[in-house]
Design a protein around this ligand. Structure first.
Ligand SMILES: C[S@@+](CC[C@H](N)C(=O)[O-])C[C@H]1O[C@@H](n2cnc3c(N)ncnc32)[C@H](O)[C@@H]1O
Length: 268
């Protein structure tokens, strides 16, 4: 994650068998995946990540153990009261797939007026963000280690989010894996329903054909409208990562796609 361009094409997942707590995602398969498809051969929903072994460093393990009881939210099959979780009323912004969490921590530190909920399945990444939360003393960032698709379905109430960040999701570059991409019509419909009126969905990618897919899928969602004429300029709140700076120097593109939940006129 966030390493080299090819790293984006090799999706990371939670590390089965790592020490950093057990992934809280081992649940019975749903009847249908929110990306709209099932792996019929294996009768399992198609997921946007792969659970694989990953090394958790000693520091990540230490911060995971120390911080997850304070900032981690266990998976539950019931809607969360987000104001109660953060102990205040403030805009709630959800991030799917925070990787090692550098961007999440930087955004939360720069915007103490907002509350952030980061979702990731990858244990080393969760340990890494725990370390950043402890080092920066962040009080407005919480973590759930679980499949974001299930969390959206069960734990996030309709019209409860002021924003959603999906930065550099796994591009699944092979055509036969495109069905694993997060940004597909059923998930975007689910996300749009979780946004408040005026709430935003911000996706960014460095894969041009995924950017085109994002633009097409978000444009087709009736609850959403584009904030820009096509791709959006990178807003100041999304910091330029080292990975991105290097890519841009090498002439690679990065595309931001930012839509808002429409005001639905119920009079007409
Ligand atoms: C390519 S990495 C990008 C990480 C980070 N956003 C960045 O910009 O560096 C994508 C991340 O999304 C996570 N991910 C993919 N699908 C997910 C899901 N359904 N729920 C939670 N995390 C997911 C992966 O584990 C991986 O860490």
């Amino acid at each position: 994650m966030g390493g080299a361009r090819n790293d984006r094409g090799a999706p990371d997942g939670a590390a089965g068998g790592v020490r950093a707590g057990e992934p809280q995602e081992a649940r019975a398969p749903q009847a249908q995946d929110d990306r709209g498809e099932r792996d019929t051969a294996r009768h399992r929903p198609i997921r946007s990540f792969v659970l694989r072994q990953g090394r958790v460093s000693n520091a990540q393990q230490r911060y995971y153990d120390e911080m997850m009881p304070k900032v981690g939210i266990p998976y539950a099959d019931a809607p969360l009261d987000l104001d109660a979780v953060f102990g205040r009323t403030a805009p709630k912004i959800l991030e799917i797939g925070f990787g090692m969490g550098e961007t999440s921590a930087a955004i939360a530190a720069a915007h103490p007026e907002n509350d952030y909920l980061g979702i990731e399945v990858h244990a080393p990444g969760v340990g890494s963000l725990c370390k950043l939360i402890a080092e920066k003393g962040l009080t407005n960032l919480r973590i759930i280690r679980h499949d974001a698709v299930e969390i959206l379905r069960t734990m996030i109430a309709p019209a409860s989010l002021a924003g959603v960040h999906i930065f550099f999701p796994d591009p699944w570059p092979k055509v036969r894996h495109h069905k694993r991409r997060l940004i597909q019509p059923p998930l975007v419909a689910l996300l749009a329903g979780r946004l408040q009126t005026g709430g935003y969905l911000h996706c960014a990618t460095d894969w041009e054909d995924y950017a085109m897919q994002m633009l097409a899928v978000l444009s087709a969602e009736p609850l959403l409208e584009n904030t820009a004429d096509g791709y959006a300029p990178r807003p100041d709140y999304r910091p330029l990562t080292k990975f991105e700076q290097r890519g841009l120097r090498l002439g690679h593109g990065v595309w931001d796609v930012i839509f808002r939940r429409k005001v639905i006129d119920t009079q007409t």
